[in-house]
Design a protein around this ligand. Structure first.
Ligand code: ZN
Ligand code: ZN
Length: 189
């Protein structure tokens, strides 16, 4: 199988350009993959659930596939909307093989009554982006709380783990980047 040549950022709805700039600068430092930006997609109204005032993450993720995805490109959607998936009140992101989605809605310090802090915000955006990209490349969750592939149940989990892979997951990611894509599971949060 061909090597994965890079990550394509896809803004969904209105996304602050600084977020895209951060990801373009930061993702290559962790994943050693080039990052490009694609045309924005609309925030599809069919994904909105009025009773929850949230968007169904799976519906937004599904829209990334037929339009952008090809087998050699990892698509990373970014939305400012609050997203959820079945069985969870919210998710920071979701992924399936070859495509990933993150929401910035619950990553801002202001979402927790804290003052704005671009450094913390940037760290969280990168952490969640790398986590979902890891899934999109086939990595499962990791039980090491300091590894980016640890499941974030709350923002405290995200802040603790940060964007770096543990030794074992780092080896796995290098393995799949060499073209040995491994589909451990089909979808993740
Ligand atoms: Zn790990
Ligand atoms: Zn996950």
């Amino acid at each position: 199988m061909a090597e994965c040549p890079g990550v394509t950022l896809i803004p969904i709805g209105g996304v602050d350009p600084i977020i895209l700039q951060w990801l373009k600068e930061d993702i290559p430092k962790i994943l050693s993959l080039p990052v490009t930006e694609s045309h924005p997609l609309p925030l599809f109204s069919h994904a909105f659930r009025r009773d929850r005032n949230q968007y169904l993450a799976d519906d937004l993720l599904a829209n990334l596939s037929p339009i952008i995805h090809d087998k050699n490109t990892l698509s990373l959607g970014i939305t400012d909307a609050d997203i959820y998936t079945a069985g969870l009140n919210f998710v920071f992101g979701i992924a399936a093989t070859g495509r990933a989605l993150i929401s910035t809605f619950r990553l801002r310090p202001e979402a927790y009554g804290m003052p704005p802090n671009p450094r913390v915000y940037r760290w969280r955006v990168l952490t969640e982006a790398v986590h979902e990209c890891g899934h999109a490349l086939g990595l499962p969750h990791c039980e090491h709380p300091g590894c980016v592939m640890f499941f974030s149940n709350s923002i405290a989990d995200t802040d603790r783990k940060g964007p770096e892979f543990c030794f074992r997951c780092r080896r796995r990611i290098e393995w799949v980047k060499m073209g040995n894509r491994t589909d451990f599971h089909s979808s993740f949060q």
